[in-house]
Design a protein around this ligand. Structure first.
Ligand SMILES: [Zn+2]
Ligand SMILES: [Zn+2]
Length: 231
């Protein structure tokens, strides 16, 4: 006798690692080792984010807020692109919010509330995800995707804080070069990559060829900014 249903029956597997679940785990979406792994990665993310955020503000020099206003103290730190993009909108905070929103929608809840800047939002998203992880491992059928996202996010943060450098392009602020006739700053958004120290303004064509000249660029940007604040 042939029972096609018996032949096609598959023992339930973890949605994250694909291993067969233990009998005691049947009905779960993810195995317990996977749940533990996500929990420990999530628990580490707030600390990693604080480190990334601190690194990013050092790279931005005195450009934001009132701290470190002395131009001479602003070092020409090459932008670590992966660091800047992880702390910016679309980075860690946004990716965690997307996971939180997916879980909320599966739970029939409203989307995540506005939680302020990435630095303010990251710990709140993490808190939500850790609190609801037991539910997700138990009953969220897309958990595999999120386990992978969290694994990748954790790996990217760790790599960004290590010495690896990868190419990419980031905005590093407006061009400070002043037009001799009008006295106005060029203002074109400048971009830089970690793979090439040369910065060239697409607006006025001014070049900053090497990292030593970045210091001059930073000071000029600060001078323009302070001039605008004073005006
Ligand atoms: Zn697993
Ligand atoms: Zn320019």
């Amino acid at each position: 006798m042939n029972h096609p249903a018996d032949i096609s029956y598959q023992w339930p597997a973890c949605g994250a690692c694909g291993q067969n679940l233990w009998a005691s785990e049947t009905g779960r979406q993810a195995c317990r080792p996977c749940e533990d792994k996500i929990a420990s990665r999530l628990a580490e993310l707030p600390r990693l984010f604080v480190q990334l955020n601190t690194t990013a503000s050092l790279m931005r020099g005195a450009r934001k807020g009132g701290a470190a206003t002395s131009g001479s103290k602003t070092p020409p730190i090459p932008p670590r692109l992966e660091v800047l993009s992880l702390v910016a909108a679309g980075g860690v905070a946004t990716r965690l919010r997307d996971i939180e929103d997916a879980w909320r929608s599966a739970l029939g809840w409203t989307v995540a509330p506005w939680r302020g800047s990435p630095a303010e939002a990251v710990p709140e998203h993490i808190k939500f995800l850790i609190n609801n992880l037991p539910w997700a491992a138990d009953s969220y059928d897309s958990i595999g995707q999120d386990v992978e996202d969290i694994r990748r996010l954790h790996a990217e943060c760790t790599a960004a804080l290590s010495d690896e450098r990868r190419p990419g392009r980031v905005n590093i602020g407006p061009c400070p070069v002043t037009d001799a006739e009008t006295g106005n700053a060029c203002g074109t958004q400048l971009t830089a990559t970690a793979s090439n120290p040369r910065i060239r303004c697409a607006g006025c064509g001014t070049e900053w060829p090497d990292m030593a000249s970045w210091r001059i660029l930073r000071r000029a940007q600060e001078a323009v900014e302070q001039g605008m604040a004073a005006a």
